[in-house]
Design a protein around this ligand. Structure first.
Ligand SMILES: [Zn+2]
Length: 229
């Protein structure tokens, strides 16, 4: 844990909170995934079938659905217009599989409909990657050289926080679309929809936790830098 030397109690609490919220959210999403990947949906469609079916019914014919690697690595890439589903999601008909597949297609639909937050997010992405990669290095440099440099590093974390904030409505909106589509298309019953909702809410929580962790870190760095003057 960097920069703990001489930290005050509130600063230490903020550092602990930043780790705890992330660990809590991770355990929640893994728990939900464990539970709902073992629960078969009352449909024979796999995640891949569901994704392709929804895209077709939405009249989106330029998005490809492919099998990726790993666990919970599912995503939609707006640059290549590819929905990438992890093997367990791609190949099975579990509640987890159909809900995650529908969620990722939700992002493809947002993209096709020109959903505003998605455009903002994609504009912020390159800047956020640079800021995110450099922030801690600049903060460390600031710690040795001057508080002014440290403020620059903190501002870079601020850019990350803005990006994470814009991500939230995108994630919630994709899940909302997914849950409605799964029932509208007759893929899930209302009972099953509540399970799918639990799965997708747990996944969304990781984005909330990531934002909170960044905000806690920013706050404790601000406290720390103010103390130095
Ligand atoms: Zn998402």
């Amino acid at each position: 844990m960097p920069f703990l030397y001489g930290a005050t109690l509130p600063e230490i609490l903020l550092i602990v909170l930043a780790s705890v919220v992330v660990m809590f959210a991770q355990s929640r999403v893994q728990g939900a995934y464990q539970k709902f990947s073992r629960m078969a949906a009352n449909t024979r469609y796999t995640g891949a079938d569901v994704a392709r079916m929804i895209l077709r019914r939405q009249g989106i014919d330029n998005v490809e659905v492919v099998m990726g690697q790993g666990v919970l690595s599912d995503h939609y890439n707006p640059k290549t217009k590819v929905v990438s589903l992890s093997p367990a999601i791609f190949n099975t008909n579990s509640i987890a599989a159909v809900s995650v597949a529908a969620h990722e297609v939700g992002h493809a639909i947002q993209h096709a409909h020109g959903y505003a937050f998605l455009a903002v997010r994609n504009t912020l992405l390159p800047l956020t990657v640079v800021a995110g990669n450099l922030a801690w290095g600049v903060i460390l440099l600031g710690l040795f050289i001057s508080p002014q440099i440290m403020w620059i590093g903190i501002a870079m974390l601020g850019v990350v926080a803005v990006f994470q904030t814009v991500t939230l409505p995108i994630e919630f909106n994709a899940s909302k679309r997914a849950l409605n589509l799964l029932v509208d298309e007759g893929i899930l019953s209302y009972d099953e929809q509540s399970y799918a909702k639990q799965m997708l809410s747990a996944a969304a929580l990781t984005y909330v936790a990531a934002l909170l962790a960044t905000l806690f870190q920013i706050l404790r760095l601000v406290l720390m830098n103010n103390r130095r003057r």
